[in-house]
Design a protein around this ligand. Sequence first.
Ligand SMILES: [Zn+2]
Ligand SMILES: [Zn+2]
Length: 150
Amino acid sequence: MPDYVGNWLECRNRNCGFPIRVPCPALVWKGQRGDEDRAAAFLFACPVCLHVNPYTQNDLREVRFRSRDPYQAGRLVLYSVRFGCARPRCPTELAVLTVAAVNVSLAMMLGFWEGWRAKFKCTSGHTFRIPAPEVWWIQEEKALGFNEPS
Ligand SMILES: [Zn+2]
Ligand SMILES: [Zn+2]
């Protein structure tokens, strides 16, 4: 039986702990893409408990899977959702990554994503407040973030 190297990202919510399969490779080398606002640390929204938490590449656990990478196979899509904090005068802007099946409509995904709960702080120290979906910028991504070149 062939196996396929991939990564689990385990949800940080202790009451959830859902293992999320993430794209392989999980990170791409800097310089391959021009987007500098994402580092090796990233925010990820758990599709089960809907908590948005910060993660780093140290949270990724390498596993040998029996099945092909579902992102490469076109069954799962990694999305980034960009928005600013909803609190007046807060300068924090960020991107949240999450996963969805390809056959789920945008309307249905937004229905879930509206239930996201921010579990991290703004640059100004308060708990990040997620704005209404009308101002979200959604796009597909290939990887969770960037590695520093070694
Ligand atoms: Zn979770
Ligand atoms: Zn804020």
